[in-house]
Design a protein around this ligand. Structure first.
Ligand code: NZQ
Ligand code: ZN
Length: 388
């Protein structure tokens, strides 16, 4: 490990099928006014809403609901939540849902008391909050983003055709998150599978950078192996609690800052995926799966030693008698088999991308330099064409 860093993560986690019982105790730490935010209604169908409302009422809280947070939350929805939070002087934002709802809660948290336009301040200009931040707590219902233990908050502006994430600091990360694997068992298979690939992508984005020997990479390999193992089980039987429970825990550690320590990290797949999301509103994890193989095959020669290590340590590729290129390629071939096995989307055409969007998507893709190769706009277009 050659990098220097400061590490802290303030989010308190409650994990397990009895974890909601700890909510009442957490609520004691905050004032009376709670903004309860959630998605399009899944929590009403599976009963989580009723359980949470009961605890809030029994705790004497005044509840202000902001329902209808869509996947890929929009800037217009952000303004709506800010109004509710500011006008009612909210003490705690309780997010009950997946990454979209939690990202949204963080965006409202920093924006409600912001004097200027939050989209411009936090997303276009990447400024840090200098106003009151409303604390956020979570009850996680869908696994993938890691939003439950990180500072990430992704907002989409359809008018400007931009989907941008801001990674806020410790002061914006959830104060607590309740992780009950049982809650994830009602997630539709398409969303579940997208979440699995999102986890894999988060780990790869951090793993495929730098050349020094770093403990973070060994942890990343362990997380990938656990994910591959459990996702195969869950793809066959989504109701397998043990597999879903392991995946929930893996997702949290895949993107809670730990495995990025001492690393520059890549994130180019996410940049391309977010640009596709801005144009198509497609499911996040599928935007990543659809471009990952063409991207990694394109950059493989620039980070050959790491791709060889990935093939051997993560996919168990037999190295004997093969060149480094052959070993590295076999690793990506194994990954392709796994992707087909769990059933992720393998091309961007299926997500609604048309040939005439490619130039715009490439323009909306931020080009980063933390990975093994810094792309040009033309190279992004080439990768998109290979992903069609
Ligand atoms: O809206 P409802 O009705 O609740 O349905 C949701 C939604 O349709 C459904 N769902 C969630 N839990 C369920 C359930 N359905 C049945 N039973 C349950 N228990 O699942 C659908 C997807 O939910 P969503 O929250 O949109 O998914 P996800 O967790 O993948 O979040 C995606 C958002 O997170 C951002 C993405 O860009 C996207 O906007 N990301 C956030 C990151 C972060 N904070 O660090 C990093 C990621 O890379 C990602 O960019
Ligand atoms: Zn992601």
């Amino acid at each position: 490990m050659l990098g220097n860093f400061i590490y802290s993560n303030p989010t308190k986690l409650y994990f397990g099928d009895d974890s909601l019982k700890y909510l009442a105790n957490e609520l004691k730490n905050y004032g009376k006014k709670v903004m309860l935010t959630y998605g399009g209604g899944s929590i009403k169908k599976n009963g989580i809403y009723d359980e949470v409302i009961k605890i809030l009422k029994d705790s004497g809280k005044e509840v202000f609901e902001v329902p209808g947070v869509m996947s890929n939350p929009t800037v217009e929805k952000l303004y709506e939540g800010c109004k509710v939070a500011k006008e009612n002087d909210i003490d705690l934002i309780l997010a009950v849902g997946g990454g979209s709802v939690i990202d949204y809660a963080k965006a409202v948290s920093v924006s409600a008391h912001c004097e200027s336009d939050p989209w411009e301040k936090y997303y276009l200009h990447m400024e840090e909050p200098d106003n009151k931040i409303i604390p956020v707590g979570c009850v996680l219902t869908m696994v993938g983003t890691g939003s439950e233990m990180n500072g990430g908050s992704v907002i989409t502006n359809h008018e400007q055709k931009l989907k941008i994430g801001h990674v806020f600091g410790d002061n914006v990360m959830p104060k607590f998150s309740i992780l009950n694997p049982q809650y994830t068992l009602t997630v539709p298979k398409y969303q579940m599978t997208a979440g699995f690939f999102d986890i894999m992508s988060h780990i790869m984005e951090q793993y495929f950078s730098n050349t020094d020997d770093n403990t973070s990479d060994y942890i990343a390999e362990g997380l990938m192996k656990s994910l591959i193992h459990s996702s195969r089980i869950a793809a066959k039987d989504p109701q397998d609690y043990e597999a879903r429970s392991n995946i929930m825990w893996t997702a949290t550690w895949a993107l809670n800052t730990l495995i990025a320590m001492g690393k520059s990290t890549d994130w180019e797949v996410h940049m391309i995926g977010q640009a596709i999301g801005a144009y198509t509103d497609a499911t996040h994890g599928m935007t990543l799966s659809a471009v990952s193989l063409p991207y990694y095959r394109y950059i493989m020669s620039s980070g050959l030693a790491k791709f060889k290590r990935f093939a051997i340590n993560v996919w168990g590729v037999e190295a004997n008698g093969k060149t480094d290129e052959e070993i590295a390629s076999s690793g990506l071939d194994e990954m392709e088999k796994w992707m087909n096995e769990i059933g992720v989307v393998m091309n961007i055409t299926e997500l609604g991308v048309k040939e005439d969007m490619l130039d715009g998507i490439a323009d909306a893709t931020f080009l980063l330099n933390g990975g093994y190769k810094t792309l040009t706009k033309q190279e992004v277009i080439e990768i998109l064409k290979k992903s069609m």
